[in-house]
Design a binder for this molecule. Structure first.
Ligand code: NAD
Ligand code: WQD
Length: 340
């Protein structure tokens, strides 16, 4: 059924890919984004790929109640997908209050506005980081939460706030999607990851080395208890993440209340596995050096995605080579991201 969907943070990495999926499947899409970590160019490209227009784009801060009231008054919103947040783990240690303010304050402002405007469907961006230093993988949704940094704590706090709100508002339906490591780009080469400054995440670092913007990769530690000693992660294609949101919306009315789902592939890759696959795909060598562990890093995070498969039939369709190929394609066509 076609819905009018408000997408906060819709110009960002995952949000823009999700907007394409929503438009392509016939939904009306309203975007709210302050562009603190994105470019409006991404939204032009969303429309180009989808061959359809967004219903509206609002440049606003998700914490701003007046803007939210205006958006909910002007559009017949059926559901909200809430991506808008700050997401850099290291930065969250340096400026924790900004993370609590934007990530938690943004979520409470949004949920309060939804309540006042009678909107009762929310898909929330959560994160595998809430699992912390896992003692056993793969991680199911029942694995204990143990956030190890302020960013992860904001996501865990939001999940708890949303669960409480669901107890208070029986008609509310919330799906918290815990993404593992989204990577890759749109296969058209028009949308991708465009971090500001030095990338925190490994995939944009690799593509920036390959395109000549950086010299070498620091591999953060080779003494983890993993097969080759480097960190193991569950990388999943951003288009699979976007499809996960489309499917989640299709099923949001199945059960009232709050539910959490992992979005991952169920397969782990080490840093050196990733470097090897990336080198094969792009046909260039990636110089790297083993350095100290990065503070706060964990050995291994791999999802058990069985719940999303059993409930919705969702499984990640794209492999690590596709992530590397699409990320590299985006970087080649956009060496400086969305900047002119
Ligand atoms: P992103 O930074 O590319 O996108 C976030 C978007 O939100 C940006 O367009 C930014 O301008 C906007 N935004 C930030 N603060 C805002 C505010 N106060 N008001 C309005 N807009 C605001 O990040 P992403 O990778 O697309 O992540 C999207 C969501 O998924 C985030 O909530 C993030 O925490 C979560 N997440 C991301 C990953 C990942 O590795 N990328 C993994 C797990 C969870
Ligand atoms: C992946 C692997 C690093 C950079 C973060 C957040 C998580 C989620 C995804 C938001 C690790 C290694 C990295 C580099 C390296 N985001 N690495 N050299 O840390 O698994 O997850 O992004 O929710 O919450 O914590 O992702 O891409 O930074 O690192 O060796 O220059 O690559 O040690 O093993 P991470 P990442």
């Amino acid at each position: 059924m076609s819905q009018t969907v408000l997408v906060t943070g819709g110009a960002g990495f995952i949000g823009s890919h999700t907007c394409v999926e929503l438009l392509r499947s016939g939904h009306e899409v309203v975007v709210l984004d302050d562009h603190s970590n994105s470019s409006p160019v991404a939204l032009e490209r969303v429309e180009k790929i989808a061959g359809r227009r967004l219903s509206a784009t609002h440049v606003a801060d998700v914490r701003d109640r007046r803007s939210l009231d205006s958006v909910f008054s002007r559009h017949p919103i059926d559901s909200v997908i809430h991506f808008a947040a700050k997401k850099a783990v290291g930065e969250s240690v340096r400026i924790p209050l900004a993370y609590y303010d934007i990530n938690v304050g943004g979520t409470t402002a949004l949920v309060s506005a939804m309540h006042d405007h009678g909107v009762h469907r929310l898909v929330f961006s959560s994160s595998c980081s809430i699992y912390g230093d896992a003692t056993s993988v793969p991680l199911t949704e029942e694995s204990p939460a143990a956030p190890t940094n302020p960013y992860a704590t904001t996501k865990w706090t939001c999940e708890q706030i949303l669960a409480d709100q669901c107890l208070h508002v029986p008609e509310l339906r919330v799906l918290a999607l815990r993404y593992f490591n989204p990577a890759g780009a749109h296969p058209t080469g028009l949308l991708g990851e465009d971090p500001r400054g030095v990338p925190d995440n490994i995939m944009p670092f690799l593509t920036q080395i390959a395109v000549g913007r950086r010299d070498e990769l620091s591999v953060f530690g080779d003494d983890y208890p993993t097969p080759d000693g480097t960190g193991v992660r569950d990388y999943l294609h951003v288009v699979d993440v976007a499809e996960g949101h489309r499917v989640a919306l299709d099923h949001i009315d199945d059960v009232p209340g709050m539910r959490v789902f992992n979005l991952g592939t169920g397969h782990g890759a080490s840093v050196l596995d990733l470097v090897r696959v990336f080198e094969e795909v792009c046909g260039r060598q990636i110089p790297y050096r083993i350095t100290e562990r990065r503070p706060g890093d964990v050995a291994e995070l791999v999802a058990d995605p069985a719940k999303a498969t059993a409930s919705w039939g969702w499984t990640a369709q794209r492999d690590l080579a596709a992530m590397c190929r699409d990320a590299w394609n985006f970087q080649q066509h956009n060496p400086y991201g969305y900047a002119p």
